[in-house]
Design a binder for this molecule. Structure first.
Ligand SMILES: Cc1cc2nc3c(=O)[nH]c(=O)nc-3n(C[C@H](O)[C@H](O)[C@H](O)COP(=O)(O)O)c2cc1C
Length: 267
């Protein structure tokens, strides 16, 4: 399968073997490995080459312990040798704009000097997430396991204080990283077939029959005996994910953060 001068096999190996790991070898990451993962992030595509993100490296056990609680009570976070927080960051650019006299420039040219808005936030989140995923792949190539933590979007006020985040810096993703434990390589998890996910030219809403077929495999593992009194997989997933307490906290937290991203005039 390997073509002359290409890396098909190596890339396929990395993509196909990667799994989210929630257990790690009890060993700090070597400095050269940390730098490798950071370089992976830095080489990621970034909108306008602006690098609208910051990366926070957290190894302080006390801080990891707090994060393990504040990110929906996931104790394994405290045991990860390295935690990386990916921050959608426009603060740096606005500090630079201010230092560059953009306010005066706007006054002279009749432009409005606006703070970052919702579009800027989404773009910065794109940058931060693409950098995070490049880190995951770079890490995997070096035998370093990882797991995303989406719950870093919760408890905005608490995380701002803990991580010293200014108003135009939003923590969009967190990664737990560490070496794979000896001999432990869980099998990759299944995915929906691409026919349900990939559409030619335009979006296609799935019919009830297609939805049924799409979830057929997953539904086999559903148990009626569950604490949510859910009678099927859809009800169970809604109770655990979309309609859960953590989702409600995430919405509250993001709404609070969004107040800083309204593109208000800077006077
Ligand atoms: C945005 C995002 C947020 C996630 N948040 C968590 C999390 O808070 N806790 C966790 O254990 N796994 C989390 N995961 C990992 C997913 O559960 C995992 O990717 C999914 O079950 C598929 O498994 P795989 O990565 O091993 O293929 C997250 C993944 C993503 C992409």
């Amino acid at each position: 399968m390997k073509k002359e001068g290409t890396h098909f096999e190596a890339v396929a190996d990395i993509l196909n073997k990667r799994v989210s790991m929630r257990r790690f070898k009890e060993q700090p990451l070597r400095e050269e490995d940390v730098q490798w993962v950071i370089e992976g992030a830095r080489r990621a595509p970034t909108a306008g080459n602006m690098m609208l993100y910051s990366i926070l490296l957290v190894t302080d056990p006390a801080k990891k312990l707090i994060l393990s609680e504040s990110c929906d009570h996931q104790p394994f976070i405290a045991k990860a040798p390295l935690v990386m927080v990916f921050v959608a960051d426009y603060q740096r650019w606005f500090d630079y704009y201010e230092a560059s006299g953009v306010k005066d420039y706007c006054q002279k040219t009749g432009k409005r000097f606006k703070g970052p808005d919702e579009g800027d936030l989404f773009l910065a989140c794109s940058d931060a997430l693409i950098a995070a995923q490049n880190s995951v792949i770079a890490a995997e190539a070096r035998g370093i396991a990882s797991c995303y933590i989406g719950d870093i979007m919760e408890n905005y006020e608490r995380h701002r204080e803990l991580l010293n985040l200014p108003p135009w810096a939003f923590p969009i993703a967190m990664l737990c990283l560490g070496y794979y434990p000896e001999g432990e390589r869980p099998s990759p998890r299944s995915r929906f077939e691409s026919k349900y996910i990939v559409f030619k030219e335009a979006y296609k809403k799935l019919s009830p029959d297609e939805l049924k077929a799409m979830f057929q495999e997953e539904e086999k593992s559903f148990s009626q005996n569950n604490p949510f009194k859910a009678e099927n997989l859809g009800q169970w997933m809604y109770a655990r994910k979309t309609g859960s307490d953590f989702a409600e906290e995430m919405a509250r937290s993001v709404r609070k953060a969004l107040k800083n991203w309204q593109g208000e005039s800077i006077l």
